[in-house]
Design a protein around this ligand. Structure first.
Ligand code: SF4
Ligand code: SF4
Ligand code: FES
Length: 237
């Protein structure tokens, strides 16, 4: 592996190989960049903008930005932290998130990111959108109240499972996940326990049934390490 080229992230020299993104190189070097819509196991699609960094004075999504030798990049600045806080607060108010009653609590990327960014409240007025919960499937529940529209289920069902069970419909605040089945319900779709898409949701939106609160408090991933430590430790490319 050729690690001779480097760029600078908040003044720290980061090695990279040709074709690597700023995100991948930084995380491989142990530097955390906040992210929600990117799962390093799959192609990035840069929708959440949480990983925005400043390259030569301009904002770019680190998960899709190719690393270039010698570049000076900012990641951890007061302005970027504030922008990430705002984006995260917006995700909370445009859904219906009640963490104490959510079985994803303690291993939810949205919740862990909020803790990492020091969110004390939602800041913006709550939208209280009306969103359908689909509990029709024997093995899964789709709680659209908690969906952050990261698109993982859509892309993984299409590109890995080759089933296209999920899609996004509408635009703006009306965007939501829909299910490809004759009735529009999960029970009539081709989703099975073996599907990779069934296990890819970073929040508590697409959840397996009969496994709620299986891991006790204190043993959940983000009880043991904050997301910035956990995601760097478990990062692989
Ligand atoms: Fe909280 Fe995450 Fe559940 Fe939303 S999905 S209620 S942020 S634990
Ligand atoms: Fe992402 Fe989960 Fe919503 Fe699918 S259901 S778009 S994986 S948050
Ligand atoms: Fe890069 Fe979402 S993680 S845009």
């Amino acid at each position: 592996m050729d690690h001779t080229k480097t760029f600078f992230l908040d003044g720290q020299e980061i090695p990279f190989k040709e074709g690597q993104t700023v995100f991948d190189a930084a995380m491989a070097a142990g530097v955390y960049i906040p992210h929600l819509c990117h799962n390093p196991d799959y192609e990035p699609h840069s929708s959440c903008r949480l990983c925005t960094v400043i390259v030569n004075g301009r904002p770019f999504a680190a998960c899709t930005q190719p690393a270039v030798a010698g570049q000076m990049i900012q990641n951890d600045t007061p302005e970027l932290r504030e922008m990430r806080r705002t984006l995260t607060q917006m995700l909370f108010v445009e859904g219906n998130h009640y963490c104490p009653t959510c079985e994803k609590s303690g291993h939810c990327k949205l919740q862990a990111t909020a803790y990492d960014l020091g969110l004390q409240d939602n800041h913006f007025p709550q939208f209280f959108p009306k969103r359908e919960v689909d509990a029709s499937h024997p093995d899964f529940v789709l709680d659209r109240d908690r969906c952050i529209l990261c698109g993982h289920c859509v892309r993984v069902s299409r590109d890995v499972d080759r089933k296209c069970v999920f899609a996004m419909t509408h635009r703006g605040i009306k965007t939501e996940i829909v299910v490809d089945s004759p009735t529009g319900l999960l029970k009539d779709s081709r989703l099975t326990m073996e599907d990779e898409a069934a296990n890819v949701c970073p929040v508590g939106a697409l959840m397996p049934k009969r496994k709620g609160f299986q891991v006790p408090i204190g043993e959940r991933p983000y009880d043991k390490a904050p997301i910035r430590v956990d995601s760097v430790k478990n990062f692989r490319i």
